[in-house]
Design a protein around this ligand. Structure first.
Ligand code: G6P
Length: 361
């Protein structure tokens, strides 16, 4: 049964392992007659008519939104902004003439996101919800909806919903691009199947990821993730996962921004883990790693086979299309957090002070 742990010690580990299957299911659920990606044509139309998209979300869903923004802008060429729900409610930016709002919520019940939904509906703007829970509040109240098909996510720390959200956002990007007649220089279905395989290969690397968690995170009270471009967004999620379940104070930083303040925190032995999957910033992020190594940091690089990998990198991900690297990076960031939490003897599935869905403001 979907809601049972089976042989797994924790729901979180089970849910991490389920991610390749969830991605394959999504590719089936959003498959058109010709075998390409297809979404509800009414959604494609509504999005194509908008002059700007506003993605609204909290926590991990917000981090999926940051990746989604880049995919939508690059693939579908629609200007897109991403906002934290609780900030948007009180500090609404100046909106474009024809906005469309995309709510991302695993539970579909997050009060902060619903507050924005209610507000923008009153203003008469179209709304789309991406959620894992059919019939949830955000599902019911939005004009358009897309399901994440991740199955029940029980562990408080979100894992499979995160990758499912990024996948569905990529489907939106691809479907809208196809609708606008934009020629893609890659086959999205093929590339995403490779992503599922790459995820599986990382899931098979548990021993290596456990070792990395022990080496870098078993005694520390703080840690940094650094990256650039898409990897920066991955770092934000990596830091959040670590904070949530291991209580290690962690931050995800844009590599180039370190020198503007944060580098003051680097001491002898401070763990700094760098994601370096993007070819165009490979040299710059490696320079950032050198800057912190020179100041005593205990550094590790997570790179991509045949793209950015160099001898000595701690973790090397299988090669996937450059737009989809965050889906693969998700596996090591989640497993590192998981094993770090075990090292610190934390309650992985039910971390202190956190709730799976936050239905109060
Ligand atoms: C809670 C959870 C987080 C989650 C966030 C947004 O704080 O602990 O894991 O990312 O809410 O939840 P949602 O259901 O809206 O995606």
């Amino acid at each position: 049964r979907d809601t049972e742990k089976g042989a797994y010690p924790h729901y979180m580990l089970k849910e991490i392992d389920e991610q390749p299957a969830v991605l394959r299911r999504l590719l089936q659920e959003y498959k058109g007659k010709t075998g390409s990606i297809a979404i509800d044509p009414a959604i494609t139309r509504a999005i194509s008519e908008a002059d700007r998209l506003y993605i609204i979300a909290c926590g991990t869903s917000y981090h999926a939104g940051l990746v989604g923004r880049q995919l939508i802008e690059q693939i579908a060429q629609i200007p897109t902004e991403v906002h934290i729900s609780s900030e948007f409610s009180y500090n609404m930016p100046l909106l474009s003439k024809k906005p469309l709002f995309i709510f991302i919520s695993q539970s579909g019940e997050t009060a902060d996101s619903r507050a924005v939904l209610v507000k923008v509906k009153k203003l008469g703007y179209p709304t789309l919800t991406l959620t894992n829970v059919e019939g949830s509040t955000l599902y019911r109240e939005a004009d358009y909806k897309m399901l994440l098909f991740a199955g029940p996510e029980i562990a408080v720390a979100s894992t499979k919903a995160y990758t499912a959200q990024m996948a569905v956002l990529s489907f939106i990007a691809v479907a809208v691009a196809q609708g606008k007649g934009i020629k893609l220089d890659f086959d999205p279905v093929h590339e995403l199947s490779l992503v599922a395989q790459a995820m599986e290969r990382m899931i098979d690397e548990k021993a290596l990821l456990k070792e990395a968690a022990c080496d870098y995170l078993s005694v520390t009270r703080n840690a940094f993730y650094i990256g650039r471009g898409l990897d920066y967004y991955v770092c934000m999620e990596a830091a959040l996962k670590l904070k949530e379940i291991s209580y290690i104070q962690a931050e995800g930083f844009a590599g180039g921004e370190l020198k503007h303040g944060t580098i003051a925190l680097i001491e002898d032995g401070t763990p700094v883990l760098a994601f370096a999957t993007q070819e165009n910033v490979n040299n710059s992020i490696r320079n950032n790693v050198q800057e912190v190594t020179a100041r005593g940091a205990h550094t590790a690089i997570i790179s991509m086979e045949g793209v950015t990998a160099q001898p000595g990198d701690k973790i090397v991900l299988p090669k996937v299309h450059k737009s989809f690297t965050p889906l693969v990076s998700a596996i090591p960031l989640q497993l590192i957090a998981y094993y770090a939490a075990l090292q610190h003897e934390c309650d992985v599935d039910k971390p202190r002070n956190l709730a799976k869905s936050v239905t109060v403001e």
